[in-house]
Every structure is written in structure tokens, then in C-alpha cells.
Write a protein that binds this ligand. Structure first.
Ligand code: GLN
Length: 514
């Protein structure tokens, strides 16, 4: 029999229900695997070993006593470190928040606990979710379990790597422009970005508030369905969360869809798409044909503006959201005594030189506190986004950049509306290439941004998307298939993913860790 960590969440749940294995044994098996392999992978920023074992033992006690247990019934779940967990350091991958301890749980964390999920630890990410490789973490990069010299994708790289490496059966990530789906594709797991408003953002540290969503990563569609069901639904503490009812995804996921019409996006097969990924996508379409689906060509004509639009809107919102980190209220504060001493010294030097204009221009201590705290606390990519966003929002440029991006966003949304009048789901590659070597794009932000080509449209239009394993390159690196659905049709995505997994084995491949 395969080891506990090889089994899917649904299989483990079944075994716990039949009394064959305990939640505590499962948590212990995950912790053991983390201890063995995470030093090489670096998926976690913190592991809550004792708390996880205690929470699991509590579920076991209640189950043994014949009491009701929640939907997740003692399954371990890893949480991206951009999501607040009460009393536990939540860093957002940033030096700025290296010691930040939230006084409350995010709504998704409350729901995990209520569903008897066992919190395993916090996973690594690109600082504040900004990046596509997890190399922008202030602490350490995460490595791809399929090849430790390659990136796992990002920004939820830790979330995807820990599931691929069998350290956790389930994890929560966040997706602003692809950060759940892209690392899922590159690590060979299932990752779903819910519709904007499907899952509460309360307690999710904001990157770009009109785009951010929390969603599940898992190894199968059933498992993703289970986790989504546990976290979805209206929350009075997030006014953008939708009051729409949540379908019982974990039950409906096994129902096949008939008469499925899939849209193949013409614009997605252009320049930049690796031929191996193009071929894998075509083969996946053949699989769907064999399942009775019809494939039609659809067009998203404005998708060629998606990257430009996203990289205006996301930095604008980020520059505004990140203004709160000023060294006075939240997070890192520069060494104040040293700062004041430096300031006095600068003043004396200017006075000695008779430079009165220089003295007049000197920072006040408060301004210097802001400047210096932010300079020390933020990494290079975050600073780049803050500068881009601040520029695009400033007087004179607002109309030319921000307003124009908002208009383009509306056109992109309109393209999807038209396409979804003809098809049920849009299908294509999730990423233009498979996992690339660490460091390959670190000094070329634009190349890194282009990796988001196929995923940012979903966020700009507020829709739902999923990546599922659909192939491998000659070298064995995973390839993801991207399915997009109209708003609030996560159920359709999950069922289509389940159908695919019934006749393919890509989701069963596992990386060999030394
Ligand atoms: N890679 C994209 C970015 O850097 C998306 C990030 C995300 O979805 N959080 O902004």
C-alpha cells in the first residue's frame, strides 16, 4: 500500500471515516515528510507541528466519540503566508512584516477550522504576491519538486510545491493575476482561482484588491472541490464577497457534463508559446473530444492588451494598498535612534558648508522614518510596483494610464462575455513555458511578466479559472491545462477537470525527491 502522504485528500478522508487511520497519523506523516524534504524544497516559511498534532488529535477524539466532524474531517491544509492566522507570524514573504502577528484569523482560516481542517503551516511566496517564481520571497526561494534547480512558479510557489511534494494534500493560495494557476501548472497540481467574490478576502493581506482571490490547490479535482466548498461563500466582513449560494462542489464534482462546448482561444497560440506546451494542449483537446465535447475556435481580441492592462492596474492598487506600511503603524521600523543621529549629522554637515537650501530640504524625522523604514522593509520588485503604480496614478498620468487601463479592462471583460455566449468553458495553455531555472528571469522583469499572458485575463474579467496537469515535457516537467469559466461557474470547471482526470493519469505522476 502506498504511504499516507501519497494518498489524495478524498482517499484519506474515506480512511479516517472508516477508522482505518487517524487524523493524527496523517498530520504526523505530513510533518515527517516536511522534515525530510522541505530543507531542499523550501515550500514552508513556518510549520506548526505541535498545534497541528493537537488539532488532529482533537478531531480524532470527537470522531471516536461519535460527534459530528466538519467537511475536512481532520485533513491537513497548508496556508499561503499572505493569509492571516491569529497569533502566528504572517510575513507576506516580506521583511516589512517579518514580525507581524495578526490579532485575528482570516475568514478562510476560520472556515478551515470550522470544517476541521488541520493547519499545517505557512507557505512561501513572492513578497506580497508580486512575482511568478517565488524568488521574490525575502526569506528564501522555493524550488520545484520536479527539478530542484528550477522555480516552482509563483507567487503561490510554496503552496504548489508542498502539494506536489506530498507534504500536504491540500493548500490555500491566492491569485491576483495567475498566482494559483501558474505554480500549479509548473508543479503538476490542480489549482483553482475562484470568481471574484466567491471567497472572502477578509484577512488576506491586500495586493490588488479588485483582482485578489483565495483558492484551493490539491492533487485532484475532487480534492480542490472539497477545499473550495469549505472556504467559499458570503462574508459580511468582505463587502465584495457575493451573497450567492455555494453549491456542494464535493458532491457535484463527479457528475459528468454532457454536450460540453469548449472554446479554443485563437490568440493563445501565438508567439512565445513553447511548442511542447502547444502540443500538450492540443492533445488535451483531443481527450475532451473523445469525451464528447465540441471544440470551437473563439476570439479574445483584446487579450493582447491584458498584460499591459494588468501591469498598470495591479501596481496602482498595490501602491495604494502598500501605503499603510509606513514604519509607524505596521511592520518594520528603522532604527530610530540611528536615524535621528544620521539626520543631525547631515544637518551639521550642511550648516558647516553654508548650504541653507540643503538644510531646508532635509527630511523631517517623521518623513525620514517613513522613507527609511520602507526602503529597508520592501524588496526590489515591490518597490518597482509601488513606483510604477504611483507614477500611473499621479496627476497628468492618471487619464493616460490608469483610466485607459480601466477602459481596456472593460473591453477584455466584453470579449469573455461574447465568447461565453457560444461556449461553456475556454481552454488553453496555462503558461507559455514549463518551469525555468532559478535566476533565469530575475533580472528581466518584463520576461517574468510575460509568463502571466494566459492567466491575467481571468482576474481582470473577474471570472473563474483552473489549471490541471495535462502533460509533461521531454525532460519530465509538468504542463498545465487552463480552463476558464463564466463568473460563479466553479462547479463546471471542477466537473470538467474531473472528467479529464478519469481518462488521463497526468495528475498521478509524482516527483522523485532525493
Ligand atoms: N505574476 C503576477 C504578478 O506578479 C501575478 C501575481 C499574483 O497572482 N499574485 O503580479
Amino acid at each position: 500500500m502506498s504511504s499516507l502522504t501519497d494518498q489524495t485528500a478524498s482517499e484519506l478522508l474515506e480512511r479516517m471515516r472508516s477508522g482505518d487511520v487517524s487524523a493524527e497519523q496523517i498530520a504526523a506523516a505530513c510533518l515527517d515528510r516536511i522534515a525530510r524534504h522541505d530543507p531542499a524544497v523550501g515550500a514552508f516559511l513556518r510549520v506548526g507541528g505541535d498545534e497541528a498534532l493537537a488539532a488532529a488529535a482533537d478531531v480524532d477524539r470527537r470522531r471516536r466519540g461519535g460527534q459530528a466532524v466538519g467537511l475536512l474531517g481532520g485533513l491537513p491544509v497548508a496556508v499561503k503566508d499572505l493569509i492571516c492566522v491569529r497569533g502566528q507570524v504572517t510575513t507576506c514573504g516580506s521583511r516589512m512584516l517579518a514580525n507581524f502577528v495578526p490579532p485575528y484569523d482570516a475568514t478562510v482560516v476560520e472556515r478551515l477550522r470550522a470544517a476541521d481542517g488541520v493547519l499545517l503551516g505557512k507557505t512561501n511566496l513572492d513578497e506580497f504576491g508580486m512575482g511568478g517564481s517565488t524568488e521574490n520571497s525575502a526569506f528564501h526561494p522555493t524550488r520545484n519538486p520536479w527539478d530542484l534547480e528550477r522555480i516552482p512558479g509563483g507567487s503561490s510557489g510554496g503552496a504548489a510545491a508542498c502539494v506536489a511534494a506530498r507534504m500536504a494534500p491540500l493548500s490555500l493560495g491566492t491569485d491576483t493575476g495567475g498566482s494559483i494557476r501558474q505554480p500549479s501548472a509548473l508543479c503538476g497540481v490542480v489549482g483553482l482561482k475562484p470568481t471574484y467574490g466567491r471567497v472572502s478576502r477578509f484577512g488576506l493581506v491586500a495586493f490588488a484588491s479588485s483582482l485578489d482571490q483565495i483558492g484551493p490547490l490539491a492533487r485532484t479535482a475532487e480534492d480542490a472541490a472539497l477545499l473550495l466548498e469549505a472556504i467559499a461563500g458570503h462574508d459580511p466582513r468582505d463587502s465584495t464577497s457575493a451573497p450567492a449560494p455555494v453549491p456542494p462542489y464535493s458532491q457535484t464534482v463527479r457528475q459528468p457534463l454532457s454536450g460540453l462546448r469548449l472554446g479554443r482561444v485563437r490568440e493563445h497560440y501565438g508567439e512565445g508559446l513553447d511548442e511542447q506546451l502547444a502540443a500538450a494542449t492540443e492533445q488535451a483537446l483531443d481527450v475532451y473530444r473523445s469525451l464528447g465535447a465540441q471544440i470551437r475556435d473563439v476570439s479574445l481580441p483584446h487579450s493582447r492588451y491584458a498584460i499591459a492592462t494588468y501591469y498598470i492596474i495591479a501596481p496602482c492598487e498595490a501602491s495604494s494598498n502598500l501605503a499603510r506600511y509606513d514604519g509607524a503603524h505596521y511592520g518594520h521600523r528603522t532604527d530610530e535612534r540611528q536615524m535621528r543621529a544620521d539626520l543631525r549629522q547631515e544637518q551639521r554637515r550642511l550648516e558647516a558648508a553654508g548650504d541653507t537650501a540643503g538644510v531646508d530640504q532635509l527630511d523631517t524625522p517623521l518623513v525620514r522614518l517613513y522613507r527609511q523604514s520602507r526602503a529597508e522593509g520592501f524588496g526590489a520588485e515591490v518597490k518597482r510596483r509601488i513606483m510604477l503604480g504611483t507614477y500611473a496614478l499621479s496627476a497628468g498620468y492618471y487619464d493616460a494610464y490608469y483610466l485607459k487601463a480601466l477602459k481596456t479592462r472593460r473591453l477584455i471583460r466584453g470579449d469573455y462575455d461574447q465568447a461565453f455566449a457560444e461556449v461553456d468553458l475556454i481552454v488553453g495553455p496555462c503558461t507559455p513555458t514549463a518551469a525555468f531555472p532559478l535566476g533565469a528571469k530575475l533580472n528581466d522583469p518584463l520576461a517574468m511578466y510575460l509568463g502571466d499572458l494566459y492567466t491575467v485575463g481571468t482576474n481582470l474579467a473577474g471570472l473563474a479559472g483552473i489549471s490541471i496537469p495535462c502533460g509533461a515535457t521531454r525532460e519530465g516537467w509538468p504542463i498545465g491545462l487552463h480552463l476558464q469559466a463564466p463568473a460563479f461557474e466553479e462547479d463546471r470547471l471542477l466537473r470538467a477537470a474531473y472528467m479529464f482526470q478519469q481518462v488521463t493519469a497526468w495528475h498521478q505522476r509524482r516527483p522523485d525527491l532525493p
